[in-house]
Ligand binder design. Structure first.
Ligand SMILES: Cc1cc2nc3c(=O)[nH]c(=O)nc-3n(C[C@H](O)[C@H](O)[C@H](O)COP(=O)(O)O)c2cc1C
Length: 225
């Protein structure tokens, strides 16, 4: 059997389905779900979200230049879906989803969602009006990580939070662990590509390292190779 050829469309999955919190200058706040999101730069830490201008939240993000990406978990799946199918123009999503607003540490207006294990506070740098969606390219100004997921050595175990994935219209858990960064070229591991693989250390948690070798926020970097 061959492959079907489709017209151009969005088939890049899995994606996160994050809850983005925002506020206007009068103090009205809202949450919307976003799947068109990603990391675009390590240093400075930069991310993007793409939002349709007709979303109620759009003007909030544009007005204040602030938003927070709140990571979602299996426990938050229902809330993530609800915040993506109801508009803040008509309902109070905080109340309907039993979510709690908390002050961001680095932003003036946009709040964080307390129930989310990781809140990525962002300040807009550029808006690219691409078409159906406008892309907010933003600098990360702070990250809040729930201490409940710190192990006894102070390492933040993100994958213990039960992260949620979104793929082709469905919400999924992440499934079993298959390896760790660089495992394919590590010596003496099952599944290593006979030690011949090219080392690809393009992404790591290097940005969490403070000058002088200390790491920020309890993240720990694996020894390369
Ligand atoms: C899983 C999921 C992903 C979504 N991703 C996006 C997105 O990337 N960009 C966008 O503009 N809307 C996205 N939406 C739709 C908005 O979240 C939805 O229209 C929401 O009701 C807007 O809320 P608001 O009107 O209160 O701002 C998504 C919805 C769901 C359920």
């Amino acid at each position: 059997m061959g492959k079907q050829i489709w017209k151009p469309g969005n088939m890049l999955y899995p994606l996160p389905a994050v809850m983005v919190s925002a506020a206007d200058r009068e103090g009205n706040t809202n949450i919307l779900t976003i799947a068109w999101t990603g990391t675009v730069c390590t240093n400075p830490a930069m991310v993007y979200i793409s939002v349709r201008p007709e979303r109620y939240s759009y003007h909030m993000i544009k007005e204040t230049g602030e938003f927070v990406i709140n990571l979602t978990t299996e426990k938050l799946a229902r809330a993530a879906d609800y915040c993506g199918v109801r508009s803040g123009e008509k309902v109070d999503k905080w109340k309907e989803c039993c979510l709690t607003e908390e002050k961001a540490v680095s932003l003036e207006f946009a709040p964080v969602i307390k129930e989310s294990p990781v809140n990525i506070e962002c300040r807009v740098k550029e808006i690219l009006e691409l078409g159906s969606h406008h892309m907010f390219v933003a600098e990360v100004t702070a990250v809040q990580a729930d201490e409940a997921y710190l192990d006894k050595n102070g390492k933040f175990d993100l994958n213990k939070t039960g992260l949620l994935a979104y793929s082709h219209g469905e919400y999924l858990g992440l499934g079993k662990k298959l390896g760790t960064f660089g495992y394919s070229v590590k010596k003496n591991t099952v599944g290593a590509a006979a030690g011949k693989g090219e080392r690809h250390s393009g992404h790591s948690h290097r940005n969490n390292k403070k000058k002088g070798g200390k790491r920020r926020g309890g993240f720990r970097r694996r020894k390369a190779g």
